[in-house]
Design a protein around this ligand. Structure first.
Ligand code: COD
Length: 291
């Protein structure tokens, strides 16, 4: 049976306005053109005017002189409700994140904002959520707990009612010399004491034991999550970034990425992401609005 893609635009019922910060980029403009063809969005494009050739009645161009100005004006568009979604174009991730975090914009909904990636991988029979690969650099135990809550919330919005969460390390037993394994055990213990809805959280798990039943059984790891994870929580941005890029470049994964914990949808795709994956982020985000 062919599975339905979470990046299928067919089911989208609403048309949103997307503010893109740093739209003066051929890949971003290609994404805009494809989204216009699908009829899923109108756009406010912020960037250098000479870099934005596209003309359409559904597109408004706002010329900006610097990346900073593009980030601020695009963010202000969602703050002032002239746009429904903020999307990062061709500018540094840190710049747009710092702008979104500015207190005066009052965009924070939860104590911690985090990045959530949703993958469709040919070798895995369901969507796989990975966090945090792009925002929180070296999360503490408390931050990892928040990252886990945020990822569970995204899973639920995608219709995964009882998400299985693996807190990753390189091993499945605590090793005091491996900080991530100790922290993973603490985070898993926290969720056993204070469960988040119907989710189940286990850790530490190594990547193979989290996503392969065969690997988990080989090591006699038997729990609800092992080999069947919906969500992987990575120990650091470096681990997450390397996993993200290996899934995309070596495993043929499609991926969409958003920021969770914020009042408005914010799309942060990697600058090296393809047109298809940037469009996937947009489709995913539009599909989650109002859920
Ligand atoms: N959630 C909520 N508040 C936050 C968060 C967060 N994730 N991060 C910082 N804050 C708050 C702090 O509490 C503080 O009030 C204020 O924001 C500034 O905090 P700093 O000085 O620690 O944060 P910044 O502004 O220097 O950096 C925040 C970034 C998100 C930009 C930073 O963590 C970062 O650079 N992350 C990596 C981004 C990146 O390079 N990604 C690329 C990989 S693809």
């Amino acid at each position: 049976m062919t599975r339905k893609s979470i990046f299928d635009p067919a089911g989208l019922r609403q048309k949103v306005t997307v503010a893109i910060a740093g739209a003066d980029d051929p890949i971003i403009l290609e994404v805009v053109e494809q989204a216009l063809e699908l009829g899923i969005a109108n756009f406010l494009l912020f960037g250098r005017a000479e870099g934005i050739s596209l003309r359409s009645p559904h597109v408004k161009i706002v010329a900006t002189d610097s990346e900073q100005e593009a980030a601020e004006k695009a963010t202000e568009a969602v703050v002032n409700k002239r746009a429904d979604v903020l999307m990062k174009g061709n500018l540094p991730t840190g710049l747009i994140l710092k702008t979104v975090l500015k207190r005066e914009y009052e965009l924070r909904e939860r104590a911690l904002l985090s990045h959530v990636s949703v993958f469709e991988i040919p070798a895995y029979d369901k969507p796989l959520i990975v966090s945090d690969v792009a925002m929180n650099i070296a999360p503490t135990e408390e931050e990892q707990i928040q990252i886990t809550h945020n990822a569970i919330r995204v899973a639920q919005k995608l219709g995964i009612e009882r998400p299985k969460v693996a807190i990753l390390s390189a091993v499945e037993k605590e090793n005091p010399k491996m900080r991530s394994s100790v922290q993973a055990a603490q985070v898993a213990a926290y969720f056993k004491a204070f469960p988040d809805g119907d989710s189940r959280v286990e850790g530490p798990l190594a990547f193979d034991n989290a996503i392969s039943k065969t690997a988990a059984l080989h090591k006699n790891i038997v729990n609800d999550v092992a080999g069947d994870a919906d969500i992987l929580i990575v120990p650091s941005i470096e681990a997450g970034n390397i996993l993200y890029k290996s899934l995309v470049f070596f495993a043929g994964a499609r991926v969409g990425g958003i920021i969770a914990g914020v009042k408005v949808p914010v799309i942060i795709a990697s600058r090296s992401d393809s047109v298809d994956n940037k469009l996937a982020s947009l489709i995913l985000t539009v599909g989650m609005i109002g859920k």
